[in-house]
Design a protein around this ligand. Structure first.
Ligand code: TPP
Ligand code: MG
Length: 478
């Protein structure tokens, strides 16, 4: 078996069904091996879009998406996607080609040190130097990508290693990822904090959006009846239709939802990841924070929890609910603020002026999207409005990036969502600036015959930047 055949067999062994990318000369063996496999190679019009698609596959399924590029220029085009997946904690495997490493007949033509380039952008970046190691390296890559904290990995397969005959090496079988549940002592301390709280509030952060967590989170909220809000990337982890939903923190302070945050004496932060623009700013005064997540909190100037529950979040939350259900006298203390906060969200939502108010756009999009329809956002001014005003009823139906916050990912993310869910309605919402950063992928969407709608918000500007410039001018005058 050739190295490339072994690579493709190892990818099939991981359940990979499609790979996104643009091949080059150095991937020819891999492309041939793919042709003879069950895996579909989906050619995109730019490698960056391929990486955005693969990362979004990881985000929406919990299983790594795979993308492919050639050496040098192709591989470099994956880097923004690598950063997108790293900051956004999206499992992804990137495979790139390279010139032969056993001889250098083309000298250094197109050769760039991609492994070093990828190192700070991934959880692992490795060159494969012998075909015999492919099964174990591929298994390790997938294991790492889908183990908390999820993220991207990179494998470089030089063309001579892809072409060489490999000895008969068995594949390594995957098994479910095991994760310990939080310790009793930590759960007891957390339960005590929550019992003593007078005005508790739950916050759902980015890691709360892990697809496998939706059911346990909803149960936790239903069992304890503590009102909750979410960060931008935690949006939709629990149905926003719930009568305990208090809003989304689209800004770091003085947003509507901060009326509740500022009054809380305990915030139970589930899955908060400090890659997000802070949903609130911790200071010496203010609420106590209990961090519940897969991994310990990263301590930052604006986030330094007082206690932690670390472990597999779903089962840990169930154990916490077992200790507290029916015992919380103050669970609903902040609920009276709810109607006032949510009322602000529908202000100006039916105004008929032109250009449309952002509130009207969000309102109308919600109106035409079915409950399970998926909206994928690019980055621009409108993202804040969608984050704050769009009400979600189903987990993972508003896909946005509040971590790298890169322009250009909206359309590729929408393409991936439409591929994964051909029967659900999918809408990509992009600014005119962000849309043009990957507009070429419209051809990919058409070629794939996807049922995908793209809403382009035309203001003939990089609106977000124009807004900040205006803000500065006003400040300079005053
Ligand atoms: C790749 C990238 N380049 C630049 C930025 C900085 N940036 C953030 S928002 C923005 C403007 C976006 O313009 P547009 O897509 O038209 O949306 P609008 O704000 O006008 O609604 C820019 C340039 C970015 N986030 N990502
Ligand atoms: Mg614009």
């Amino acid at each position: 078996m050739k190295g490339s055949d072994l690579l493709v067999a190892a990818l099939e062994n991981e359940g990979v069904e499609q790979i996104f990318g643009v091949p080059g000369e150095e991937n020819l063996d891999v492309v041939e091996s793919l042709r003879r496999s069950r895996i579909k190679l989906i050619v995109t019009r730019h490698e960056q879009a391929a990486a955005f698609m693969a990362a979004t596959h990881g985000r929406l399924t919990g299983k790594p998406g795979v993308c492919l590029a050639t050496l040098g220029p192709g591989a470099l085009n994956l880097t923004t996607g690598a950063a997108f997946a790293l900051l956004g904690a999206m499992p992804m495997v990137m495979i790139t080609g390279q010139k032969g490493i056993l001889s250098h007949k083309q000298a250094l033509f197109q050769v760039v040190d991609i492994v070093s380039t990828m190192a700070p952008l991934t959880k692992m970046a490795r060159q494969i130097v012998s075909a015999a190691t492919i099964p174990s390296i591929v298994r390790e890559a997938f294991r790492l990508a889908q183990q908390e904290r999820l993220g991207p990995v990179h494998l470089e397969l030089p063309e001579d290693i892809a072409h060489e005959m490999a000895p008969d090496v068995p594949l390594v079988m995957p098994h479910p990822i095991e994760m310990p549940v939080a310790q009793d002592a930590a759960l007891d301390r957390a339960a005590d904090l929550i019992l003593r709280a007078e005005r508790p509030l739950v916050m759902l952060g980015a890691a709360a959006s892990r697809p496998k967590l939706a059911e346990a989170l909803s149960q936790f909220v239903r069992r304890l009846r503590i009102p909750f809000f979410n960060t931008q990337m935690g949006k939709g982890a629990v149905a926003g239709g719930s009568n305990l939903y208090m809003g989304t923190a689209a800004l770091s302070e003085r947003d509507y939802v901060h009326q509740a945050i500022d009054r809380a004496d305990l915030i139970i932060a589930i899955g908060h990841d400090t890659v997000e623009k802070p949903p609130f700013i911790m200071g010496p005064k203010g609420p106590k924070v209990l961090h519940v997540s897969y991994l310990p909190a990263t301590v930052e100037e604006v986030y330094f929890p007082h206690a932690e529950v670390v472990g597999d979040v779903g089962p840990s939350l169930m154990l916490l609910a077992d200790r507290l259900e029916g015992k919380l006298k103050n669970a609903g203390a902040l609920l009276p603020l709810r109607s006032g906060i949510l009322a602000r969200l529908i202000e100006r939502a039916d105004e008929s002026r032109f250009p449309l108010t952002p509130q009207r756009i969000v309102h109308d999009v919600r109106h035409v999207m079915p409950a399970d329809g998926i909206v994928c956002l690019d980055n621009g001014m409108y993202k804040i409005w969608f984050a704050r005003n769009y009400r979600t009823q189903v987990a993972n139906t508003l896909v946005l990036d509040n971590a790298l916050a890169t322009m250009g990912a909206g359309l590729p993310a929408g393409i991936m969502a439409a591929l994964l869910h051909p029967r659900r309605r999918v809408l990509a919402v992009c600014g005119d600036g962000g849309f043009m950063m990957n507009a070429q992928e419209l051809e990919t969407a058409v070629r794939l015959r996807l049922d995908l709608v793209v809403l382009v918000l035309q203001d003939d500007a990089y609106g977000m930047i124009r807004w900040k410039q205006a803000f500065r001018r006003v400040r300079a005058r005053s």
